[in-house]
Design a protein. Structure first.
Length: 193
């Protein structure tokens, strides 16, 4: 091995790194208690030392400097690993997904298409009783029909809308809808009113 001398006659510290591998590895094993992890830690330490050799103060203790780098690297990785979640199967990551906003727009588009396919009477009763929140008595007075007629029309309109949307018997229009979809639909029904 060729030893490089510095302009001032000293030895380049990079040439001395190999001499410190055994003590570094022993120190790393004592910290990690795992030979494979210790070897990775020593390798990372040497890489950091090599790239930061200009920060090493000539004439000081190279081994102590390397041990400091190794120790800091170890504790940094330990802090980082505490924030990580072991998820080899990807189960945890799957819970972090968010449905895209376009699903709500697509559901609202389907709703509008089905709503437009209703008769005028059915749309009117659903807007008054469903979207606007009027009571059946108030809607009956506005429409000039009996309260029973409003109840009957509203029931038939909801049933027909459910059929057009392909909803199962007893399934509500918004059951299984996430908050984003519900917000989009609410915004859309407010715009209609």
């Amino acid at each position: 091995m060729e030893v490089t001398t510095e302009p001032d006659g000293g030895v380049d510290p990079r040439d001395q790194l190999v001499e410190h591998l055994r003590p570094l590895r022993a120190f790393a094993i004592s910290l990690t208690r795992n030979v494979s992890s210790a070897d990775d830690l020593v390798q990372e330490t040497i890489l950091k030392a090599w790239s930061s050799i200009d920060k090493f103060q000539r004439g000081s203790n190279l081994q102590a400097w390397l041990f400091t780098i190794l120790r800091n690297t170890y504790y940094s990785s330990l802090r980082k690993s505490r924030r990580e979640v072991a998820d080899p199967e990807g189960n945890f990551a799957a819970t972090l997904s968010v449905k895209p906003a376009h699903d709500g727009r697509m559901a609202f588009t389907d709703f509008l298409r089905a709503f437009d396919a209703l008769s005028d009477e059915h749309r009117e009763v659903l807007i008054l009783v469903g979207a606007s929140g009027f009571t059946t008595e108030e809607a009956a007075a506005m429409m000039g029909v009996a309260t029973g007629t409003v109840k009957s029309r509203a029931s038939r309109a909801r049933r027909r809308l459910s059929q057009l949307l392909g909803l199962a018997e007893g399934e509500g229009m918004f059951s299984g809808v996430d908050a984003v979809t519900e917000a989009v639909m609410a915004r859309g029904s407010a715009a209609m009113g």
